[in-house]
Design a protein around this ligand. Structure first.
Ligand code: B3K
Ligand code: ZN
Length: 873
């Protein structure tokens, strides 16, 4: 059997469901191997559907025990049932109930979709289509029901029973068993259903909403780890307060529960009132979590909480509208984090993420519009494009119509669509209504794949004191033809020799923003008394690639004098990127001098920002900037040489920074962004010093490792040391493993650091690590830590010229595909840029990919990624 290209589901074929489900009553008896689900569904024909149509319920790997219609067992000739579905051939054309009893084995569920067990804890994951692995259902987001869930279990094995909504009843059954009944009054699609049962400890607090509703908030974790839940719990409270102030959105149940589990396919899930999290994004202590982990926990707690309105109260009509909840919710969590931390620093981090993940996706065979038009496997569309470019579209919308109209539009969207399953059109129409704008052309951002190019050239006329900018946009379609223009908000300004030229005026530029809605435009600034440097796309006002042919000197003027922090950072990045792609000794020296001046001037005033300026563009970003024939080794060498040069020539500065930022002895660790910023600058200095002088660097990093009082500094030192081959490194790695042998999340970091070492020996190291007793394919975090970090974070070794790196990843995909296809398919996306590699590497990649094609019974998840990766241009 050869892998077939899976069939496509298309947006244009959307039809309302022929039947609706108003109420779902579940009675679930938890058992490790035979959990019984007794489901009563209150159904009725949908007036918007086709009358007399058969009722086709979805199923996936289900075992049917019994089925009854309005209380009577069904005759065998009126329905068909299989593990993949149940159909009633002639259902009643009036409201009716269907009672379905199914049985599932949560322990055998390795896909981690539907009901499964993670370290003995029962939990569920239903998005996108996991509910059909629990009972037969109309498993589509536009079928919304009110759920009541009774859960029963052995009291000793499963002391905690959690469901969606509010707890309405609970109690013992005999000596050994107990039950809990949860009722969720808010109609919801099946993908938001959840239950949890297990032995869990909790951290708990109360919050009173702006409407005066008292809410009990709890974070449930493995017993003994309760103190590590405090930061997540605090983030819950801050998220609740922020959504009230920033968007006027209060919480709407009496309880809000978060549960951390250790086997989870992604980051977290926004089930109504019962968010389930990968424990990586909940558990934090200074000894085990880095500043980055704290920031991610805060962001993801916020993200899932914000879904309560953007996703749950207003959900998606179909999965094509996924960006409606994901893009919007990413935008909301970004705003939250920006308010909690430094806004410019956070914006830079967002854009780095977008460029690292979304730009390459948009330039490769897996590219798709933010609202895809067709999919074979929806779980493969939880992508950087849907999430991060989706968020950029919302951000552009706010820039275009202004913050006030944006807020009014959001209010309108929530009011008009509350309790409904909405579309992108519903979203845009709310903003069109409140702003009076026609957003038809703007909507093209949702439809057109690819990253637009924005080319800018400037001309200065000293006599007329006029500066003219020509802007042109380009985004060819698949056939190479230029498509209809996008609406691009371009934030810009002019910068003189000693600062922004505030007297220059340009009529079409309002509030610092020019809206480019044609293929090209020319704008003129008047009153320009000196030759300026244009600062374009301030704050990264649109997700485009910018061609702005500035000289290094002009860019260094922006670094020194622009009022926009984003473009100050961008200017240094642009110079560094060019130095990686076209190394040049003289320009390197000039860059080091400019960086030196920058560091002398203000490194210590905003350490987090300074650390970002020192973080050179990644190897991936350099590869992404090349048209084709990417040689990862050449990029790596050039970047290493640049780092080494900067480390040597700025050595006294880095030593000063290092000394100035020594933590106060005995001061307790705090994850706040100012403290984190100081650590990040000091660790960046350490890293560049080591790049300049590896021998001394290894020594210094080993000392830092020994002195570190928190995981941030310890891991940074280990990462620095990991780049310097030798005994010191190996000893440090061994120490680290011994010290954290009982800390799975820290061991993940240990696996990940080693997987990213850019040396030929890494593949052999990975083989050894695969045989390490702590390595397992059943835990997604572990697989991502070792194999994911290698595939996505080690460009030279993954794309080794001999193909052995590709082979290692492909073998893992093959080994994992039948047990956990979602994680396997995600690993496979590491091949997304294979066509852009130089020819011999590309040939190896193609050979490996074609090899997987022959695997019998390859999952739809992997087959879909494979077909698109090999097929698309
Ligand atoms: N909505 C979930 C992601 C579900 C992924 C399904 N394959 C988490 C989030 O984005 O908030
Ligand atoms: Zn989300």
């Amino acid at each position: 059997m050869r892998t077939e290209t899976p069939p496509l589901i298309r947006l244009e074929e959307y039809r309302p469901s022929d039947y609706l489900i108003d109420r779902v009553d579940l009675d679930i008896r938890l058992d490790p191997h035979a959990t019984r689900i007794d489901a009563t569904l209150a159904l009725r024909p949908n007036p918007a559907g086709i009358p007399d149509a058969p009722l086709n319920l979805d199923g996936d790997d289900l075992h049917l025990v019994s089925v009854a219609l309005d209380g009577a067992a069904l005759a065998a000739d009126v329905y068909t049932a299989s593990p993949a579905g149940l159909s009633l051939l002639a259902p009643p054309q009036k409201p009716f109930t269907l009672r379905l009893v199914t049985e599932v084995d949560p322990t055998a569920n390795t896909k981690l979709m539907g009901l499964y067990r993670s370290s003995g804890v029962y939990c569920t994951q239903c998005e996108a289509d996991g509910f059909r692995r629990i009972t037969y259902f109309l498993d589509r987001p536009d079928v919304m029901a009110v759920y009541t869930t009774r859960i029963e279990a052995d009291r000793a094995e499963v002391p905690v029973l959690l469901g969606n909504g509010n707890l309405i009843e609970s109690g013992p059954i005999g000596d050994d068993r107990h039950f809990a009944v949860w009722h969720d009054p808010h109609p919801k699609p099946a993908y938001l259903f959840a239950l949890v049962g297990g032995r869990l400890g909790k951290a708990e607090t109360r919050f009173t909403t702006m409407e005066g509703r008292p809410v009990t908030c709890a974070v449930y974790v493995e017993p003994g780890k309760e103190p590590r839940a405090d930061y997540a719990l605090d983030a819950v409270i801050r998220s609740m307060a922020w959504d009230e102030t920033a968007f006027g959105r209060p919480y709407d149940l009496d309880v809000f529960n978060v549960v951390a589990v250790s086997d989870f396919n992604m980051g977290a899930m926004e089930n109504k009132g019962l968010n389930i999290f990968n424990d990586k994004y909940v558990l934090a202590s200074p000894e085990t979590a880095t500043d980055g982990d704290y920031a991610a926990i805060e962001a993801i707690i916020a993200h899932e909480y914000f879904h309560n309105w953007s996703g749950n109260r207003v959900t998606c009509r179909d999965w094509f509208q996924l960006c409606l909840k994901e893009g919007l919710t990413v935008f909301r969590d970004q705003e939250f984090s920006s308010d909690m931390r430094s806004r410019p620093v956070h914006r830079i981090a967002e854009v780095r993420g977008l460029r690292a993940r979304q730009f390459p996706e948009d330039a490769g065979p897996l590219r798709h519009p933010v609202r895809p038009r067709a999919y074979a496997e929806i779980n493969n569309f939880y992508t950087a494009t849907v999430y991060d470019k989706g968020a950029e579209i919302v951000r552009m919308l706010r820039t275009l119509i202004g913050a006030q109209a944006f807020r009014a539009g959001m209010d309108r969207y929530f009011a008009d669509n509350d309790g409904r399953a909405a579309t992108v059109e519903d979203f845009l129409s709310a903003f069109a209504t409140v702003s009076g704008r026609d957003l038809t052309a703007f909507a093209r951002w949702y439809e057109r794949p690819g990253t637009p190019r924005l080319s800018i050239s400037g001309h200065y006329d000293p006599q007329g004191a006029r500066y003219t900018l020509r802007l042109a946009q380009s985004l060819p379609d698949a056939d190479g033809q230029e498509g209809p223009p996008l609406v691009i908000p371009v934030a810009l300004g002019l910068v003189g020799a000693s600062g922004p030229l505030t007297d220059a005026t340009c009529a079409p530029v309002r509030d610092g923003v020019f809206v480019l809605d044609r293929p090209e435009a020319e704008i003129a600034f008047e009153g320009v008394t000196e030759e300026p440097v244009p600062s374009v796309l301030r704050d990264f006002s649109a997700p485009v690639r910018l061609d702005l042919g500035l000289t290094d000197a002009q860019r260094m003027r922006l670094l020194a004098h622009d009022s926009d922090p984003f473009n100050r950072w961008q200017a240094a990045q642009d110079v560094a990127l060019r130095l990686i792609l076209e190394p040049d000794a003289r320009r390197m020296e000039a860059f080091a001098e400019a960086l030196g001046r920058f560091l002398d001037g203000e490194a210590l005033a905003d350490p987090a920002f300074a650390a970002l300026v020192l973080a050179l563009p990644s190897e991936g970003e350099a590869a992404d900037a090349l048209p084709a024939d990417v040689d990862p080794d050449a990029i790596h060498r050039a970047r290493r040489d640049l780092r080494s040069f900067l480390g040597q020539s700025l050595r006294p500065r880095f030593k000063r920074i290092d000394a100035a930022l020594v933590p106060v002895a005995g001061a307790p660790y705090s994850p706040d962004s100012a403290s984190a910023g100081r650590r990040s600058l000091r660790n960046a200095a350490l890293d560049l010093l080591a790049a300049g002088d590896p021998e001394a660097g290894a020594q210094r990093a080993a000392e830092r490792l020994a002195d570190a009082t928190n995981m941030t500094d310890r891991l940074a030192a280990l990462a620095t040391l990991a780049l310097i081959p030798g005994e010191t490194r190996e000893a440090a790695l061994a120490d680290f493993a011994a010290r954290y042998a009982d800390e799975p999340l820290v061991l993940d970091k240990w696996f990940a650091i080693q997987a990213q070492i850019p040396e030929a020996g890494t593949l052999e190291r990975i083989r050894r690590l695969q045989a390490h007793p702590a390595f397992t394919l059943t835990n997604p975090n572990r697989v991502r830590a070792l194999i994911g970090s290698f595939a996505f974070g080690n460009p030279t070794q993954f794309a080794r010229a001999d193909g052995a790196g590709f082979s290692c990843v492909v073998k893992t995909v093959a080994a994992l595909d039948s047990t956990n296809p979602q994680v396997a398919a995600r690993l496979l996306t590491a091949f997304g840029s294979w066509r852009r590699l130089e020819k011999s590497r590309a040939a190896k990649a193609a050979e490996m990919l074609n090899g997987i094609k022959a695997i019998p019974g390859l999952s739809r998840d992997s087959a879909d990624i494979l077909a698109r990766t090999l097929g698309g241009g």
